[in-house]
Write a protein that binds this ligand. Structure first.
Ligand code: AMP
Length: 181
């Protein structure tokens, strides 16, 4: 399946300094939501490239307007959603998970200060690189702001999908293997 992550697309736009990236950077650093028009256009561009492959939308839709834009984009292509997955995690656990995560700057392997530090301090287990990076928005203050945005703008779209019988609730508080299964 193809994973379409609007967060990844926006970070790529920021890194490349495109007009969208220049507009989005400050909003993302504050933990607020980028405009519906921008993210819906990004998804629209990628949908055609995905062809007939299955798609996992990651971090999209995040507002009612985006959910409606997605319906339209899919209908136009004769496609529809099969499942909407809600991963439930306590707010304090989320903050600890997100604020402690980092990745290898070279190969992208994911780590966590407390839950998954590299076997050898400062060296990537997978590729041996000594360079790591953290997202600028993965600090406690911004994570709490992102969660407030989720409660205000994203959680209210769950009933929209529940009415269509699409929502699957997954308890995200268990062990990694259990949640993944
Ligand atoms: P994520 O990688 O999904 O955690 O997204 C990181 C940041 O990118 C968010 O805090 C928003 O600022 C922005 N972003 C990503 N996806 C969306 C979206 N669907 N709608 C609005 N903003 C988004």
């Amino acid at each position: 399946m193809v994973q379409l992550s609007t967060g990844d697309m926006l970070r790529a736009a920021v890194a490349q300094g495109t007009p969208v990236g220049l507009q989005a950077k400050a909003v993302m650093d504050r933990g607020e939501l980028v405009s519906d028009a921008i993210v819906s256009a990004l998804i629209g561009e990628r949908l055609d490239a995905a062809g007939d492959a299955g798609i996992i939308f990651d971090g999209f839709p995040r507002t009612r307007e985006q959910a409606e834009a997605l319906e339209l984009l899919l209908t136009e292509r004769g496609r529809s959603l099969d499942h909407v997955i809600e991963l439930g995690v306590d707010e304090n656990a989320l903050v600890e998970r997100i604020a402690g995560r980092f990745s290898c700057a070279k190969c992208g392997a994911g780590y966590h200060d407390r839950f998954k530090p590299p076997l050898r301090d400062g060296v990537c287990d997978r590729c041996g690189s000594a360079e790591f990076c953290r997202r600028p928005d993965d600090n406690e203050e911004t994570v709490r702001r992102r969660l407030a945005e989720y409660r205000a703008k994203t959680a209210p779209i769950l009933p929209f999908y529940d009415e269509r019988g699409l929502v699957r609730h997954v308890d995200g508080m268990g062990a990694v293997e259990t949640v993944a299964a």
